[in-house]
Design a protein around this ligand. Structure first.
Ligand code: GLN
Length: 189
């Protein structure tokens, strides 16, 4: 099994480490040719969604990756990655993959609550340490989207077909349960 990690910007190395702890081989996606490599799953890391969207277009990776997502490759997206997947962003007109029928709000917790920690419940996983960094939250979900986690009434985790996405950074906590979930999605595909 091989999992590709989008590595144009952001916190991708931590995701690679988490996957390696689970014994999964990783491959970094940095340029158009990398998308042609053989891989069974995809991680979209946190970082800056505007920068990532710009680079994906610039490096001609957006359409080929979108096709893979639409064809059903299992995807784990965190923070900025969630924004890349979202069909709607209420406070930004830019769109990236648009494969996840949710409306997200960028930097939704404002300045004072820019970064915070919360231990919450994730459906199918249990209690999980959630590290939020200038995080988005999900304002509404479309048909077929399952809500997996909420923090104080705001949706922070969802699944839809082959995509799971979270507002926070599971790769920073040393708890690999969410990455394990991705591995299970790949195994059962
Ligand atoms: N604030 C970032 C954005 O809007 C996301 C932050 C993150 O990924 N930690 O793209």
């Amino acid at each position: 099994m091989k999992v590709a990690v989008l590595a144009v910007q952001g916190a991708f190395i931590e995701h690679e480490k988490a996957l390696e702890r689970l014994g999964v081989e990783t491959v970094e996606l940095r340029k158009a040719e990398d998308v042609e490599k053989d891989f069974d799953g995809l991680v979209l890391p946190g970082g800056e969604s505007t920068v990532q969207t710009h680079l994906l277009k610039e490096l001609c990776m957006l359409e080929s990756l979108k096709k893979k997502i639409e064809e059903g490759i299992p995807v784990l997206a965190t923070c900025a990655g969630l924004i890349l997947l979202a069909q709607n962003v209420s406070n930004d007109e830019k769109r990236c993959f648009s494969t996840l029928p949710v409306t997200v709000k960028r930097n939704a917790y404002g300045r004072q609550l820019g970064s915070f920690y919360y231990e919450g419940e994730i459906e199918g996983i249990g209690r999980f340490p959630m590290e939020f960094i200038r995080a988005p939250y999900i304002e509404s979900v479309g048909d077929g989207v399952k809500v997996l986690a909420e923090v104080e009434g705001k949706i922070v985790g969802v699944s839809f077909r082959n995509q799971i996405a979270f507002s926070f950074h599971p790769e920073l906590t040393g708890n690999d349960a969410i990455h394990k979930k991705l591995v299970e999605m790949i195994q059962s595909r």
